[in-house]
Design a protein around this ligand. Sequence first.
Ligand code: C2E
Ligand code: MG
Ligand code: MG
Ligand code: MG
Length: 279
Amino acid sequence: YAKSNTKGKHQFFDPAMDEQLKRRLNVIKELKGALENDEMVLFYQPQYCLKTNQYIGVEALVRWFKPDGTIISPMDFIPAAEDSGQIVHIGEWVLKTACEQQVKWTQEGLPPLRVAVNISMRQFKDPNFIDYVHETIQSTGINPKYLELEITESMLTEDAMVFIDQLSMLRLDGITVAIDDFGTGYSSLSYLQRLPVDRVKIDRSFIRRVESNQGDKTIVSLIIKMGHELNLQVIAEGVEDQEQTDVLVELGCDEVQGFFYAKPMHANDLKELLLKKQP
Ligand code: C2E
Ligand code: MG
Ligand code: MG
Ligand code: MG
């Protein structure tokens, strides 16, 4: 990185790339201390079961509230945090906070919700990852069957064997595993069959026009059929309207998540929503 500032190297950079690099370095600098200063906040987006017609889980989605009042989306800092390794620390906080919240909601009288946490490649490669998950389960007292880890399909192509072992170990504890953004990566079907996973999340790019585009509908239908053949649950992400929901019901999709049901929100707002909907 330092070399990008020296004149000789500079010319090899496309100016737009250089800008992007500077922004990324700046984010890394600003991220230092963000956790300690309580600038990270977890939002939760509900997941709805189409078979039982009830909210069944939530996905934890991190937000960065900077002291200057701006809210930074994870898309704008997770990649930088992965580069710098800060994601490990952030990810540990996310996991612990999400598990604590799950326990708190249950104590507050909500039906127990599954809480899904996004895990990045860098976290998986961290030698303490498995231990940290174990410790977090113990220290928070979460029933592991309500903890789900989300990994993206693109991670599977990188180092699949690392995953198979680690995921199998974690699943022995009772936690579940979902493959996020499914359909956008290049994971082979044989991986899917061998991988210790419980759920696939159909990427929102296929859901966007599922009611109007025959090609997208066919892909969604095939993912659902394939998932069910492999004994996996299937959830669709990015569901924004009734028409999309109708198609997903018709195709036999198990669960849905999206703005049509609710946007990601603060823990207390989610509690109120669920108390209203599930008295
Ligand atoms: P993701 O895991 O695929 O999460 C779903 C994203 O889709 C979320 O964006 C969510 O707000 C958005 N979304 C949900 N429903 C709809 C909808 O109906 N329409 C549209 N247009 N969007 C919808 P968000 O919160 O900005 O997160 C973006 C990505 O950042 C996540 O994608 C995930 O990959 C990553 N991320 C978020 N939190 C964490 C985290 O704690 N750790 C790690 N490693 N990654 C995270
Ligand atoms: Mg996710
Ligand atoms: Mg996703
Ligand atoms: Mg996505």
